[in-house]
Design a protein around this ligand. Sequence first.
Ligand SMILES: Cc1cc2nc3c(=O)[nH]c(=O)nc-3n(C[C@H](O)[C@H](O)[C@H](O)COP(=O)(O)OP(=O)(O)OC[C@H]3O[C@@H](n4cnc5c(N)ncnc54)[C@H](O)[C@@H]3O)c2cc1C
Length: 391
Amino acid sequence: MSGTGTKKVVVIGGGILGASTAAHLARGGARVTLVTAGSLADGASGRSIAWLNSSGDRSAEYHYLRLIALDRYRTWSARHPESSAYLRFDGAMKWAGSGESFAETFAFERAGGYDAVWVDRADVAAVAPDVNPDAVADEGAIWNPGEGWVSLPDLIAALVEEAVTDGARIIEHVGDARVVVQDGAADGVVLGDGTRLPADEVVLATGPAVPAQLAALGVTVPDATPPAFVLFTDPVDVEVRTVLNTPRVAVRPTPDGRLVLDADWAEKSVVVGDDGSLTVPEESVQGLLDEASKVLAGNPRLTAQRVGAGLKPIPGDGEPVVGAVPSIDGLYTVFTHSGATLGLVLGELLAEEILTGRPSPVLASFRLDRFAAEAELDAVGTGAWAPVAQP
Ligand SMILES: Cc1cc2nc3c(=O)[nH]c(=O)nc-3n(C[C@H](O)[C@H](O)[C@H](O)COP(=O)(O)OP(=O)(O)OC[C@H]3O[C@@H](n4cnc5c(N)ncnc54)[C@H](O)[C@@H]3O)c2cc1C
C-alpha cells in the first residue's frame, strides 16, 4: 500500500473492526494508536456466532463485498497456518422452518455461482456427520461447503500482535473515549481520564456505540441495533465442525471444544431494564441448549458455561456504514453487522482510504451520506429508505 507513512491515526474501539483497521494502517506505515474502553474483544466481537458467509439474497454490491471478505480470510488462513485453531472453513448447513422453503434461496445462491449444494435428508449424514438428519426439513437442506467460522477474540489478538510489531500502540481500559473536533475537523481523542491524544485522523469503530457518538457530533446514522446474546456451552464430547443455521438455533464450534448458540426467538426474549441492563431469561438458555441438542447427531446433552449478552450493531438499512464522515474532516467510521465476515476486508479498505486519500470504489454503496440523500427524498415523499430486519 502506498501512502503517507507519517500520518498519526487514533482508532477508537478494540473490536474486530478497530483491530483490523489499526493493523492495516500500521502495516501501511501510519503511526497508530488504538484505544478501547475496556479489554480488547469485550464488545460484540466477543459474543458473535461469527459465521463467515455470503448466504442468501442480497444486493450485488453487498454480495461482492462479502465474497472478497471471505477471500481475505482464505489468504489469512494460508499465511497464518496456526489460525486453523480459530478459523475454519468446514462448511455450513441451513434449512427452512415449517411452512417455508429454501428453494428460492438455493436458486439465488446457485444463480450467482455461490457454492451451494442441495442435500436431501437421506444424504445429510454423508456431508455433515455431526448433524441429526431427523431434524432437517422434509424438503432437505442447503450445504455451503465454502462457509466457516472464526473466533474473533483470537483473530483480534493476532491482528493486534501484528499491529504492535508494525509500531502501533494499544491502550486498553481508557473508559469513554471521545473524538475532539476543532473548526470542523477531528484533531484528536480525549480518553476517559481526560488525557488528550492528538491525531491527523480518527477512526470511530466502537460497534453499537457509533450512532450515539456520531449523534453527539451532529451526524445521524439510522440505527437498528438490537439487544442480543449468545450462549457458550461447556465443552462437548462430540465433534462438531459444521456451522448450523436452523429455524430454532444457530450453532458453531469454538477452538476449545465448546459450542456457541443463538437464535432470533432467544434474542427477542432479552429483557432490557430501565438502566439499559440486559437480562436473559433462564427458559431461553435451556431452550437454546435443547434446540441445539436436537439438531446435532446423537442428541448430546449440552450444558451452559456462560451467556454473552450485549448489543448487536446493525445500521438502519442493514448494510455496512464505512468511510469518511462527510461533515467532519479527518473523521472516519465503520459500523456494521456481519463484522465477523467483513472484518479483515473492511479494515484493509478503510486503512487504504485513510493512507492514500482515495475512496475505494468497492465501498461506494456503503457511505454514510446515503442516508442523508434518502432523507432528502423522504422530505419530498419519494424516499426509499426503510429499516429492515437483518438475518
Ligand atoms: C449475537 C451476535 C451474532 C452475530 N453473528 C454474526 C455472524 O454469524 N456473522 C458475522 O459476520 N457477524 C455476526 N455478528 C456481527 C459481528 O459480531 C459484529 O458486526 C462485529 O463483532 C462488530 O465489531 P466492532 O468492532 O464493530 O464492534 P465491537 O466488537 O462491539 O467493538 C467495539 C469496541 O469499542 C469499545 N468502545 C465502545 N465505546 C467506546 C468508547 N466511547 N471509547 C472507547 N472504546 C469504546 C467497546 O468496548 C468494544 O470493545 C454477530 C453479532 C452478535 C452480537
